[in-house]
Design a protein around this ligand. Structure first.
Ligand code: GLC
Length: 634
């Protein structure tokens, strides 16, 4: 709600500055009593009425959220790097293969750092490259502080980090606290079942239920994300162990202080190497209640089988309060490092929850950001109003002083270009990069990379394989993990191997970095670069966010900060051509076009052109950004 309060006070300030409607009308009312000429009064009354209608319209259509607390150009402290940067997620297997084995690696990433610098990326998030049997492609670690030979060596990582830093970019790593691989030495020891073994309680072990006919069942009905029971019987220890994900990913026992200590050690290891922070994996599942006699209640979600994760509501296995104590302790640890050298260490956590209060709790307990994922689920039924509801859901709940963030894609969800269509790629990147807060781009979104099609036989993702040949398409994450497309040559320049670990998308001859860099016309990549530069303007980095006009098609807003140019952004996310008058909502009559998504069929708008805010025509998937002239003067 703090955002709303700020909105109101800021909006009031602006309204005062803009037009002194109130006092003039009051005076006018007074004049009536001192017998002003009738005709003059009627004209005046009409003027006042007009202003009231306009104010009403403003109240309906605009909503201002003051983002910036500190203003660079006002000589105050600059925003911290994680607030002004684009976060770019790299899935190392799929980014660049330097040795020709068909799998991306760390050296490959280093060769592409200039590309990222050119994109104006400030933070690189590396998905796991640590030692792993790869049951879940690196999210199952057999050692958290070693580099898996598939990706190279520790020296390769050190070079990558040093080079990125030298180019002014930060590097954050995936940190996976919920589980390890079943091949991790801790688990190998733990399953031996010897109670004097120091690793005995490192994982969540429970006895099963012995049935009347002497058969055994898991302790309760808790389900794994990848479907089936979350309990796996271990013949050796003769107990069940708990796994929220694959059976090859046993959950660590966070109630054991030694586990906390070990995992702090992992953080320290990478901080000592010089990394700038972490993306914390699967944080919501860190704890489950101790009392395993508690079955989770049915969700009654339609079309969900008994085996599926969603069959029950996860009230005992997710979002437990203890998780936030751990977050607080990690924040302290990061601060300990910050105190040593004055450099910020960043923590963003992975939280999927329809209940926004669960997302916000992580902001409150010490994460700099909890990823806000609702834009991931956009589809073509979502127009301007629907996007507004998604944006507001976060902004309305964000506590004072906390920083928003938006995400369009990641390695677990269908690619946005496939869900929305290629004609929306530029509009989506405009939205992502110009909304308030920190944007995260999943590799390839800047060139409009789409999902690949894969047969069941070629499916690698365990999630897809679990669901079998009939249903693998519903859940497999392989389609969003295909190799980055660098050029139109063999294997799109990703590898020299004849078979990359996942196939290259057949559209690679068009959707690739080189072709889009060289294109004469405005390509996705060129436009992304323009937006990435534009968002460095003070208004976008720290300015207020005010809706101008939002309807089933249009999503439009103004970003402004005192003493700096204000910008108007309008995007058509609908199904039909829209012609709108934005003057009253934008509180300006004209501006200069500074960016367009191009390809306007009905009207040609060009960068540099002066334009009235009246009758702007946008086709579905098109957007325009204008630097406002004389905002507040009409
Ligand atoms: C996170 C990762 C996902 C992985 C899971 C288990 O949700 O993003 O890829 O499968 O955790 O580690």
């Amino acid at each position: 709600m703090a955002w709303l309060v700020k909105f109101q006070s800021e909006n009031n300030k602006r309204r005062k500055r803009r037009v002194s409607v109130g006092p003039v009308c009051k005076d006018g009312a007074g004049l009536y009593h001192v017998s002003v000429q009738g005709a003059l009064f009627i004209v005046f009354l009409a003027f006042c009425l007009g202003m009231i209608i306009r104010t009403d319209k403003l109240l309906l259509n605009t909503r201002s959220l003051f983002v910036g607390q500190n203003h660079k150009t006002a000589g105050q402290k600059a925003l911290e790097w994680w607030k002004t940067s684009i976060i770019y997620q790299i899935y190392p297997r799929s980014f660049m293969d330097s040795i020709g084995d068909g799998i991306g690696d760390l050296k490959g990433i280093t060769t592409k750092l200039d590309y990222l610098k050119d994109l104006n990326v400030g933070v690189i998030w590396l998905s796991p490259f640590f030692e792993s049997p790869m049951a879940d492609f690196g999210y199952d670690l057999s050692n958290q502080t070693r580099v898996d030979p598939i990706f190279g060596t520790m020296e390769d990582f050190e070079i990558l980090l040093k080079t990125a830093h030298a180019k002014g970019m930060k590097v954050i790593l995936d940190y996976i606290p919920n589980h390890t691989s079943d091949q991790h030495p801790w688990f190998i020891e733990s399953r031996k079942g010897n109670s004097s073994n120091p690793y005995y309680d490192y994982y969540v072990w429970k006895d099963g239920v012995v049935n009347i006919n002497k058969t055994r069942s898991p302790p309760n009905n808790w389900r794994s994300f990848f479907s089936g029971s979350a309990w796996q019987f271990d013949e050796n220890r003769e107990q069940y162990y708990f796994h929220q994900y694959l059976p090859q990913q046993p959950d660590l026992n966070w109630r054991n202080p030694k586990v906390r200590e070990e995992m702090e050690g992992v953080m320290r290891f990478w901080l000592d190497k010089g990394v700038d922070g972490f993306r914390v994996d699967a944080i919501q599942t860190l704890f489950e209640v101790e009392d395993v006699s508690l079955n989770e209640p049915r969700s009654f979600k339609p079309n969900v089988t008994e085996e599926e994760h969603d069959y029950v509501r996860h009230i005992y296995t997710q979002n437990q309060d203890e998780t936030h104590d751990v977050i607080r302790s990690w924040r302290q640890l990061l601060e300990e490092y910050e105190l040593k050298d004055g450099k910020k260490r960043f923590m963003v956590v992975e939280v999927y929850d329809e209940d926004i209060s669960q997302v916000i709790k992580f902001y409150q307990s010490g994460a700099d950001m909890a990823f806000y994922f609702d834009l991931l689920f956009l589809n073509r039924t979502c127009g301007g109003k629907c996007i507004q509801a998604i944006v507001n859901k976060l902004l309305d709940h964000l506590p004072e002083g906390k920083w928003p963030n938006f995400v369009l894609g990641n390695h677990d969800n269908p690619r946005i270009a496939s869900k929305m269509g290629l004609e929306f790629v530029n509009a989506l990147n405009t939205l992502l990069l110009l909304l308030p807060g920190t944007p995260t781009t999943y590799y390839g979104e800047e060139i409009g990379l789409e999902n690949i099609e894969l047969s069941y036989d070629d499916t690698q993702d365990p999630f897809g394989r679990f669901y079998g040949p009939e249903r693998y398409r519903e859940v497999s994450r392989d389609p969003v993990r295909s190799p980055m497309q660098w050029n139109h040559s063999y294997q799109s320049g990703f590898t020299t191997a004849s078979k990359p670990w996942l196939p290259i998308h057949p559209m690679y001859t068009v959707l690739n970095v080189e072709s889009q860099s060289r294109a004469k016309s405005p390509s996705h990549l060129k436009l992304y670069r323009q937006l990435a530069v534009l968002r460095e303007e003070a208004a976008f980095e720290l300015g207020s966010f005010e809706y101008v006009l939002v309807n089933d098609n249009i999503f439009s807003f103004v970003r402004r900060v005192d003493g700096q140019p204000a910008y108007f952004v309008a995007i058509n996310f609908g199904h039909s051509v829209a012609m709108e008058d934005f003057r009253s909502g934008a509180d300006a009559t004209e501006g200069e076009v500074v960016f367009t998504t191009g390809n306007f069929q009905h009207h040609i708008y060009e960068v540099g052109q002066e334009l009235e805010l009246e009758n702007i025509v946008l086709n579905p998937g098109q957007g325009i950004v204008m630097r406002l002239k004389n905002p507040g003067l009409r």
